[in-house]
Write a protein that binds this ligand. Structure first.
Ligand code: GEK
Length: 241
């Protein structure tokens, strides 16, 4: 696994963050050292999916990156006739994801799609996973995407939504952001790397609060939308149709 040092050298002007070849080359290291709880979330998402997957339905991994969630679904879902649709709009991610899934041996069939998740059809779905992807969707497109996911889910289907979130009051948000930065520092990132990455993500990763996410999910028609995981300012919600 290549070591992420993309922001280790001072830049005159930090460009907006992109999921390009340079990020793909270090992605597993980057996400594990940056997202508290990431390694634990993957098997737990697989476990939840194994409960909600319905025979002869589809499971969607939206914003699949290198397929970590897809691999967890492939390993843990036992129901007959399930197919996985894994979608990402980064060509570099999809190319490497294809190699990784190809090497991963037999398992549920995977349809790998290079597309914007706001543009794809979602049908006959029993499980949809957005693991730290929705935060990159432009806010004006968020309601419509959640509505299309809801409409494409079968009754009893599940949406797992993991996000970096904001908290109120501001003092709590400050504390959780500080703890997140401490986590990154403990994982070997310097103050310069933390600050340049933060600048790169401004206006690219746009967080909302847990109540904002829950209100949108309930407005779309989900019967429930509950928090099931939190590590500092990183959470995961489970919404059931
Ligand atoms: C994991 N889920 O390892 N359409 C398609 N893909 C998108 C879009 C979009 N509109 N916007 C962003 N992406 C993965 C981690 S990473 C999270 C997900 C992170 C893709 C983007 O190209 C990237 O691969 C992924 O969403 C976000 O569990 O890096 O913080």
């Amino acid at each position: 696994m290549s070591h992420d040092s993309l922001y280790a050298i001072p830049k005159n002007k930090v460009p907006p963050f992109e999921f390009d070849e340079a990020v793909v080359a270090v992605f597993p290291d980057m996400i594990e050292r940056s997202v508290p709880g990431y390694a634990l979330l993957l098997p737990l998402i697989g476990q939840i999916a194994s409960r909600y997957a319905q025979p002869h339905s589809r499971c969607y991994d939206l914003g699949c990156s290198l397929g970590a969630v897809t691999l967890a679904l492939r390993q843990q879902i036992q129901q007959d006739g399930v197919r996985i649709t894994a979608v990402d709009n980064s060509a570099a991610m999809i190319e490497t994801c294809e190699e990784i899934i190809g090497r991963s041996g037999p398992g549920l069939p995977v349809d790998l799609v290079e597309a914007d998740i706001c543009q794809i059809a979602i049908t006959n779905a029993s499980v949809v996973v957005l693991n730290f992807t929705f935060q990159f969707v432009p806010p004006t497109q968020r309601d419509a995407l959640i509505q299309r996911i809801f409409d494409g889910l079968l009754p009893g289907g599940a949406l797992i939504l993991s996000e970096k979130v904001l908290f109120a009051p501001a003092e709590l948000d400050d504390l959780l952001v500080t703890l997140h930065h401490d986590f990154k520092r403990a994982n070997g990132y310097s103050d310069l790397e933390i600050s340049q990455k933060r600048t790169a993500l401004e206006n690219v990763l746009i967080s909302e609060t847990v109540p904002q996410h829950q209100a949108r999910l309930l407005r779309a028609g989900f019967a429930s939308a509950d928090l099931w995981f939190q590590a500092f300012n990183f959470v995961s919600l489970l919404a059931i149709k």
